[in-house]
Design a protein around this ligand. Structure first.
Ligand SMILES: NC(=O)c1ccc[n+]([C@@H]2O[C@H](COP(=O)([O-])OP(=O)(O)OC[C@H]3O[C@@H](n4cnc5c(N)ncnc54)[C@H](O)[C@@H]3O)[C@@H](O)[C@H]2O)c1
Length: 243
């Protein structure tokens, strides 16, 4: 049986960046990607996607797309990248983020059950966003989770929490505390993949990625790639898109 890796959202920035390494390592690499217009305005296969990768244009929320894929392939590894990724956008388009990020993940898991397939591992690209504001400490060193800045704080440009200092994030000790719909759906993805994998004897691998940047990042998607925006604005003396 060939070694097979399925990458959801595999035509995106991270999917393209890892495509060459995956194609070197696996006999078959299949990218399941709907070529989302916010990421792929031309709706075309990205040049950065390794030519050895088979691109299947389909939606992770579509059970039929999963059935067609799993009829033909039995992945040992699934890398789950497909997601709605607009942190601010998620507050006004919550259903879209919930559908793709949460239901898209459960559709993947249900399809594996329908096809009686158990990959060796499922890797999920979660996000540091799940931490929200994370942990802060008071002058005595006690840890606090101040939660979310209120509208009043934001209106007054008050970014800090009175009397507290932000603490470094350490995944072993800092609790997730999402402050956006996007972050809440990424945390839900973590719980879904962990619970299902542990029950099914599949190894879950969860990454909480920080801001990923590099060649091939979409310069047109204003909802992601803050480092790309800064890199474009800094040479012309503008440090922030809003300035
Ligand atoms: N780039 C970062 O800085 C960063 C940071 C933290 C977490 N992440 C996570 O990593 C993953 C990949 O991020 P990226 O930067 O490559 O994003 P990206 O937007 O470049 O790629 C996402 C890909 O998913 C596809 N997609 C979107 N909805 C889909 C759907 N319903 N069905 C199938 N495909 C769909 C898009 O067409 C796109 O090709 C995401 O899950 C994101 O939450 C990224």
């Amino acid at each position: 049986m060939p070694s097979t890796c399925v990458v959801t959202g595999g035509a995106g920035f991270i999917g393209c960046a890892i495509s060459r390494g995956l194609a070197d390592r696996f006999d078959e690499v299949i990218a399941l990607d709907n070529l989302h217009p916010q990421v792929h305005p031309q709706r075309q296969r990205p040049a950065a996607l390794d030519p050895r990768v088979e691109l299947v244009v389909g939606d992770v929320t579509d059970a039929a797309a999963w059935d067609a894929l799993l009829d033909r392939h039995t992945p040992q590894v699934i890398i789950h990248l497909a997601a709605e990724t607009g942190t601010g956008q998620s507050l006004t388009e919550a259903s879209r983020h919930g559908l793709v990020n949460v239901v898209g993940t459960t559709q993947m898991l249900d399809a594996l059950v329908r096809h009686e397939q158990r990959p060796q591992r499922i890797l999920l690209a979660s996000s540091r966003a799940v931490y929200g504001e994370g942990a802060w400490t008071d002058p005595a060193g006690a840890v606090h989770y101040p939660g979310q800045r209120s509208r009043a704080m934001l209106g007054a440009a008050q970014w800090d929490f009175a009397g507290l200092t932000p603490a470094p994030h350490d995944a072993r000790t800092v609790h997730p505390a999402p402050t956006s719909v996007y972050a809440a759906t990424k945390l839900a993805q973590e719980h879904l993949v962990s619970a299902w994998c542990l029950a099914m004897g599949v190894r879950p691998v969860l990454y909480r990625l920080q801001n990923v940047y590099g060649p091939g990042q979409s310069p047109t998607n204003s909802y992601t790639g803050i480092v790309t925006l800064f890199a474009r604005l800094a040479p012309v003396g503008r440090g922030h898109p809003g300035l």
